[in-house]
Design a protein around this ligand. Structure first.
Ligand SMILES: NC(=O)c1ccc[n+]([C@@H]2O[C@H](COP(=O)([O-])OP(=O)(O)OC[C@H]3O[C@@H](n4cnc5c(N)ncnc54)[C@H](OP(=O)(O)O)[C@@H]3O)[C@@H](O)[C@H]2O)c1
Length: 305
């Protein structure tokens, strides 16, 4: 097994060269070799901008790995995850660690089945914030906390040791014993803000206006009922508190879903309202407001209707 950390050792591989991927490539690249797997359509040089400073991203872009991948970080959107893993899975070492980071919910159960018993699957949530000004430049807007947790049994075994290594590379990184619960909490904040902000073209702070309160309430209440049916307990008052706090703290921001919509890019609505709507149907529950926002933002009816 290749050694996984330290100078002159196996590189960390990272996908893809988006806002978050370039930011983490640069942060991790200060401490260990990082290789960025790119598509032929992507540039080969990237720049990291923070405050007044601009420097080349501390990672090497490549179209194919040069060795079996022992550690792969996936910073792609939820709807890109399956395809990205299918593309790069043949290059993974049999004992590779795979770390996924995105907003919304994805089908990790299917991913788990595609890995060997020695491949560890982890998930990281982050409050780091970045955006791209063009295909080469990323602006790291704010440093935020990140939390990582084990998704499969293999990851659980190595989690403590791996966490220590990753804490040397990533600022303000903590470990979670229950990353599924943490993902749901993050999903609820996104559900309270993104669909409403996107449909009505609002900045985050404007979603706190009383006229949107009943929709915020319903989006969260429906999601919490789905979570409960899946054995995950979440508090509606606490979730509302967290969501309104984020609206206040990010009042002037446009959420990523609204930015994607304005730029004509695919949004993450499928992994948010779409996930709640389809899960509710499978559980014989109803989630009419999540369905409504899903239809509004896709301009389509949910595929499960
Ligand atoms: N940006 C933030 O501040 C932030 C903060 C917290 C969480 N998040 C979440 O993190 C996730 C990523 O966000 P982001 O803003 O970084 O998105 P993004 O800018 O769209 O980045 C995704 C990148 O992955 C590339 N990609 C997709 N499939 C690939 C593949 N098979 N091989 C190589 N590259 C591939 C995409 O390239 P193409 O465009 O060519 O497909 C794109 O460059 C999202 O779920 C987002 O909600 C973002």
């Amino acid at each position: 097994m290749a050694e996984k950390t330290g100078q002159g050792l196996a590189p960390t591989y990272l996908i893809g060269p988006g806002a978050l991927g370039l930011t983490f490539a640069h942060l991790m690249g200060q401490h260990r070799p990082v290789k960025l797997l790119v598509k032929p359509s992507h540039p080969s040089t990237f720049y990291y901008c923070h405050g007044q400073q601009k420097s080349p991203v501390a990672a090497t872009a490549c179209l194919k790995p040069c060795e079996p991948i022992t550690e792969l970080w996936l910073f792609v959107k939820a709807h890109q995850l399956q395809a990205a893993l299918a593309q790069w899975r043949p290059y993974l070492a049999l004992d590779a660690d795979i770390i996924i980071s995105h907003n919304g919910m994805s089908d990790l159960a299917t991913l788990k089945q595609q890995l060997t018993p020695q491949q560890g699957l982890f998930f990281m949530l982050t409050q780091q914030a970045a955006y791209k000004t063009d295909d080469k430049h990323v602006v790291h807007v704010s440093q935020g906390d990140s939390v990582i947790g084990a998704v499969n049994a293999c990851a659980q075994q190595s989690f403590k040791a791996q966490l220590k290594q990753w804490q040397r590379l990533i600022p303000a990184l903590t470990g979670s014993d229950d990353i599924t619960h943490a993902r749901w909490q993050k999903l609820l904040v996104n559900l309270a803000i993104n669909p409403i902000a996107t449909w009505y073209q609002l900045r985050n702070g404007e979603v706190a206006a009383p006229c949107y309160a009943s929709d915020v309430f319903a989006l969260l209440q429906e999601a919490i009922a789905v979570a409960k049916a899946q054995g995950i307990e979440l508090s509606l008052p606490q979730s509302l508190d967290s969501a309104y706090q984020v609206m206040r703290l990010t009042a002037g921001n446009r959420c990523s879903m609204l930015q994607d919509k304005l730029l004509g890019r695919e949004t993450e609505i499928e992994a948010m309202c779409g996930f709640i709507a389809s899960s509710a149907r499978q559980l014989s529950l109803s989630a009419p407001i999540n369905e409504l926002y899903y239809r509004r933002i896709t301009g389509d009816t949910p595929s499960h209707c």
